[in-house]
Write a new protein. Sequence first.
Length: 316
Amino acid sequence: MQGQCAPPFFGTAKRDNAGIRLAFDGEVPILGVFIAGGGVMQRETGVTQRETKERADRQGETVASVSRAVAAIRCVARAGAEGRRLSDVAREIGLHKATAARALASLTELDVLRRDDDRRYRIAPQFLETLGLPVSLGTLRQRAHAEVMDLVDKVEDTGLVSVRSGLESLCIDRHVGRYPLQALSLDVGRRRPLGAGAGSLALLAWLPEDEREAIIDALGPRLDPYRSVTPASIRHHAEVARREGYTYLPDYVVTGMTGIGAPVREPSGLIVAAVSVAGVGDRLKGSRREEVARLVVDACARIEARLAGCPPAPVR
């Protein structure tokens, strides 16, 4: 035998066309030494190097596919009700258009995404319901749309609809009023920490105390970009909101802007959204504050009636 000396071996030896195969008796997978035509000895593990490489390649492809799918879902989710086109998704997540198209097609087939008539992809209601959300964003936005439009027509400032997403609020709809100067610091798909804004605070203020306190304690670094927003200020404004029946934040998140908001509840009482109005300067201050607050609370009540399947009360 040429080459290195084999170590002590206890087992059987079998000759095949390639050489001598030595194997431990009863071991699965086979573990031994393969000697071929005077060549260098190799230790076997029951799987060839080619099979090992193919398995690793398949695992790598699976991880890459999952990563692409998650990136596509996040891209579409960030767009909110606006949705994303195929070209938008491909560009934002750095994929060739054909690869992005296959990922989006698979997610659509699985009811994770939906492709609407405008050729934009949006999160599918079925997927949100699978996650246990009480109301799909599509249903919520549809039920709220007319009421928020009516609210904006009356107040002439910007109207917003937000939902909770973990420790953040997510804007899912925005309508701009007729007043020449508008507060446009929040757009569809934008997120803020809970408590950092009138709608965001409305999602937080009426939660059970233990849940509310746990959220405020967990916000931590998320509040760093908002100098005036602190755990103490959130607690203070939340207490005032529960007493007044609506949130009121003058010059809070952005200097020179004021927000008024209120929560929207599903029939079980669970808070599923918030409606807020944002205005510049003194638009929502003084005597107009109470008037706008009443209109916001009324809009929330009418949306709740729509969610419950009841016709909303006549507009006052």
